[in-house]
Design a protein around this ligand. Sequence first.
Ligand SMILES: Cc1cc2nc3c(=O)[nH]c(=O)nc-3n(C[C@H](O)[C@H](O)[C@H](O)COP(=O)(O)OP(=O)(O)OC[C@H]3O[C@@H](n4cnc5c(N)ncnc54)[C@H](O)[C@@H]3O)c2cc1C
Length: 459
Amino acid sequence: MSTRFDAIIIGTGQAGPPLAGRLTAAGMSVAIIERKLIGGTCVNTGCTPTKTLVASAYAAHLARRAADYGVTLGDPVGVDMKAVKARKDAVSGNARRGLENWLKGMERCTVYEDHATFISPHEVRVGDETLVSDRIFINVGGRANVPDMPGVNQVKHLTNTTILDLDILPRHLVVIGGSYVGLEFAQMYRRFGSEVTVVEMSERLVHREDEDVSDAIRDILENEGIAIRCKAECISFAPRGEDIAVGVDCLEGEPEIIGSHVLLAVGRHPNTDDLGLEAAGVATDKRGYITVDDQLRTNVPGIWALGDCNGRGAFTHTSYNDFEIVAANLLDNDPRKVSDRIVAYALYIDPPLGRVGMTEADARKSGRRVLVGERPMTRVSRAVEKGETQGFMKALVDADSKEILGASILGTGGDEAIHCILDVMYAKAPYTTIQRAVHIHPTVSELIPTILGELKPLA
Ligand SMILES: Cc1cc2nc3c(=O)[nH]c(=O)nc-3n(C[C@H](O)[C@H](O)[C@H](O)COP(=O)(O)OP(=O)(O)OC[C@H]3O[C@@H](n4cnc5c(N)ncnc54)[C@H](O)[C@@H]3O)c2cc1C
C-alpha cells in the first residue's frame, strides 16, 4: 500500500513537530514518523529529565547547606531516589504527552509509530506501508556512543538513557567522559549521595572550553567530593564480583577504580545508519552526519536534514532553529541560514556555565586584537547574597571593531545572564551598547557592563 503526502517528516525531535505544525497550517498533508518516544531525546532522555534531576540534586545540596543560611533541618538530609525518579518521570511524561496530543490532534497530520527507512529519494517504508512525497525532512537525532573500549561488553554499563531508569542510589558511580552529559550526571549523583569518580581521556574537563573555565569547574566538582581522573588514555573494564573494575592508565593516582555502576558519557552518534540513506542517495560525512547546505538541504533535491543528525548543532535550540530556517525558506520567502547562528549553550552543573561565541583560543586564532574583561563571582553582590560565589564571568571583545567575540559566565544565573551578551551579538551592536545600559540591581547581569568597562589586552 502506498500513500502520498505533501511532506514526510522522519523523527519527532525538536525540529519535526513544529515543522509539522507550520506545514499543516499552510494546508499541506504531513506524515510524521517516530519509532520510539514522541519528543525524541530532549523530552525523554535529554534536557527535560536531566534538568529535572539537576533540580532535585540542587534541593538536596541546598538542604545540606541550610545551616549556612540560618535554616535548621534534620541531619542527615535524606534523598528518596524513588520520589526523585517519579518527579522526573512526571515532568518528562507531561512534556511528551502534551506533544503527542498536539501532533495526534493536528489537522492534516498523520502520526506513524514505527521505524522509517528510505526506499528511494521520494519513498519511505514504515511497517508494511510506503509513504511517498516530494518533500522529506529528516529529524532523526542521535544516540549515546558505546565506545570500543576493552572489556566494555563484559560489564554492565549505563548510558544517558538507561541511567534514567535507576531508582536506587549507586554506591560508587564511575562516569566515563568529563564533558557536558557526564559532568551533569556526576554532580547530581554526588548530591544524591553516591561516591562519584569522573574519568576523562583529555588533559582537562570540558577541554574545548578555556583552561580557566575547565579548572574552575574541576574545583567546583572536587569541592563536593567528586574524584576527577584526567589523562586516562587507556580505559578498560572488567567484572570484579558484583562491582566493575575500571582501568585508568592515568599518569597519577591508582591505576584501577572499583565502581558499582559505570556511566558511559563519551559522545553521541547520529541515527543515520539504519535509515536507508543509500537508497535515497543522501550523502553523509565520515562520522555519519548528513551533509547539508546553509539552508539545510541535502545533496538530494527535496530532502532536508534538521537537528543533531546534520552535525551543525547538538542542542535543542539549534534543532529548533533548523526548523525555523527551513520553514522561513519554504513558507515565508525569508532566506534564513545556519551561518547566521551564533554558538551558544549552557552546561548545567551548579553553578551553570553559560557560553556564547568564541573561546580565548578561537579569539587568538582569529588574528584580532582581543580585549578581555573578567570578574570573580565573589565580587558579584547577587552571588554573595545567595551564598553561591563559585565561578567567574569573562567577556572577549575585538579592540578595533568593538564587537563582542564571546563570553563565559560560570556562576549562579550564568545560563540566563549570558543572554544579554548574546542578544547584543545578534544585534551586531558594539560592546559599548551594553556598557551604557542600566541593569537591575542586584543581578548577575548588572556586572556585565562593569566587566566591559575594565577591558585589558588578552595575555
Ligand atoms: C543527557 C542529555 C542532556 C541534554 N541536555 C541538553 C540541554 O540541556 N540543552 C540542550 O539544548 N540540549 C541538550 N541535549 C541535546 C538535545 O537533547 C538534542 O540536541 C535535541 O534533542 C535535538 O535533537 P534532534 O531534534 O536532532 O532529535 P532527537 O531529539 O534526538 O529526536 C530524534 C527522534 O527521531 C527518532 N528516529 C530516529 N531514527 C528514526 C527512524 N529511522 N524512524 C523513525 N524515527 C526515528 C528517534 O526515536 C527520536 O525520537 C541533551 C542531550 C542529552 C543526551
